[in-house]
Design a protein around this ligand. Structure first.
Ligand SMILES: Cc1cc2nc3c(=O)[nH]c(=O)nc-3n(C[C@H](O)[C@H](O)[C@H](O)COP(=O)(O)OP(=O)(O)OC[C@H]3O[C@@H](n4cnc5c(N)ncnc54)[C@H](O)[C@@H]3O)c2cc1C
Length: 434
């Protein structure tokens, strides 16, 4: 890379999905200098709901009220799962710091507590999750108490249908009503987009016109639900204005991806890490990674906007995700780790990747493929030794987990980021940095 720009840091984080963002945040919280490379990953598709751990065992689809009790059961029954390696107090601390950082960046969550919560989805199903944005919390309460409640949707917003939700739940929630209104100023538009509505509602005038349209429809309702379009960057202000204007609890229901809550989460995380001095290369990727064992540093070749760059780091965290994130790739024969070719724990043959029945409740072996790590969160080479003493791995690239089926996406990302960063800090202290 002759002629490339150069930069250096304590920790280079490869990946800017949930795990990469959490890692960068925790690195900065520990006072380590950090460069982060990668585009947003799965966050854009997220619902804003932070799952910790909801389902165990996966094959039984057993839902847990307490994520911590579920993780304790996991630790007894499947000790190689990444979450089973982390004690409950570390997970609590990681989540508290994570949501506090989001709150300071303008995206406020309800106090976390110890229990999972049930949240309405845009297709009328109920999702078990842990961290709930404040704008959705009144919906959790309403779903529990089932008072007279109104769901409102907007003509032309195809991804959210209040009637469908009310009809799915009608047998269990008879006082759940639905009404469709025209979003102010969109009378001629055949189709509406959630992000456009969210931005429009940041205008006081549009907000007041919308509230005025909903008010006469309230009847005996004690709470009102909307698609999650109540503001983007100024969502707290918009939500508060709706509650004040309608004089009752107002809640949002997450829409289909790419959703406004996903955009808010991404925006808040970007604000949080940038405010802590993380140097982000968000339109770039790492093309090569090499280690100078004598100097004790890693060199990352970064390509993208605004060009090529050589980053020298004392520690590196791989948070590159699975197949959609591009941390893992699969060819006809096997699954590979895409930057260094680190061995991936996987079934012996391709025939064993998937169950015969695609909907088999126990999931597919290929979804549990990933990197094997040691007790310090370092990926292992073919001899079972750390690839490099200060190379760490976090998030969904890790083996022995199926985050989608266990409902532990954010839990895995945030908790492993915290646990690995503890090890990074320890290792760097040992070398005089950090
Ligand atoms: C459809 C969908 C719905 C979801 N819903 C929820 C939900 O309801 N609740 C919840 O808690 N979570 C949800 N999630 C998010 C989920 O928590 C995370 O996506 C998941 O945990 C994986 O995160 P990750 O950071 O490990 O990987 P990814 O999100 O895949 O991120 C990987 C990152 O690595 C980067 N990368 C890969 N290779 C390179 C390279 N060579 N150089 C630089 N960067 C690289 C990618 O660009 C990306 O930034 C959802 C995700 C999806 C996709």
């Amino acid at each position: 890379m002759t002629g490339a720009r150069r930069d250096s840091c304590d920790v280079a984080v490869i990946g800017a999905g949930m795990a990469g963002m959490a890692t960068a945040l925790f690195a900065a919280e520990r006072g380590l200098s950090c460069i982060q490379v990668g585009n947003p990953g799965g966050i854009l598709f997220a619902s804003g709901l932070l799952d910790l751990f909801g389902v165990h065992p996966v094959a039984e689809r057993r839902l847990w009220r307490s994520p911590y009790a579920a993780i304790a059961a996991l630790a007894r029954e499947q000790s190689d799962h990444p979450l089973a390696r982390i004690d409950a107090s570390s997970i609590r601390t990681a989540f508290e710091i994570f949501v506090a950082a989001l709150g300071a960046a303008g995206l406020r969550y309800a106090p976390l507590g110890d229990r999972n919560r049930s949240v309405l989805t845009s297709i009328g199903t109920i999702k078990t999750t842990f961290g709930v944005p404040l704008s959705m919390v009144a919906g959790v309460d309403a779903l529990e108490a089932r008072p007279p409640c109104l769901l409102v949707d907007f003509r032309g917003l195809r991804e959210f249908n209040a009637r469908q939700i009310a009809e799915s739940l009608g047998h269990r929630w008879p006082d759940l009503r639905h009404r469709r209104i025209e979003f102010p100023g969109t009378e001629a538009a055949p189709e509406l987009y959630a992000a456009h509505l969210a931005r429009a509602l940041e205008s006081r005038q549009t907000r007041e016109r919308t509230i005025a349209l909903v008010k006469p429809l309230l009847g005996d309702a004690l709470a009102v639900g909307f698609p999650a379009v109540l503001g983007l960057a100024r969502a707290s202000e918009v939500h508060a204005a709706f509650e004040a204007g309608l004089e009752m609890p107002v809640f949002e229901i997450p829409t289909m991806p790419t959703s406004v809550p996903g955009l808010r989460l991404l925006g808040a995380l970007e604000t949080a890490v940038s405010a802590r001095g993380v140097r982000r290369r968000h339109q770039a990727s790492v093309r090569a990674l090499a280690f100078d064992r004598e100097a004790g540093t890693a060199a990352l070749d970064v390509e993208g906007v605004p060009g090529v760059e050589r980053v020298v780091a004392r520690a590196v965290v791989l948070a590159t995700g699975r197949f959609t994130g591009r941390g893992l790739t699969a060819d006809r024969g096997q699954v590979r780790e895409s930057i260094l070719g680190i061995p991936v724990l996987q079934p012996a043959s391709r025939e064993a990747w998937h169950q015969r029945d695609f909907l088999d409740p126990s999931g597919h072996a290929v979804n549990r493929a990933g990197l094997a790590i040691d007790d310090a969160w370092r990926p292992l080479d073919a001899d079972g030794k750390p690839v490099w003493p200060r190379l760490f791995a976090v998030g969904s690239i890790l083996a022995h987990q199926d985050w989608m089926r266990s409902k532990c996406g954010s839990g895995l990302a945030i908790s492993t980021a915290w646990a690995a960063m503890e090890q990074v800090a320890r290792q760097l202290r040992g070398t005089g940095a950090g």
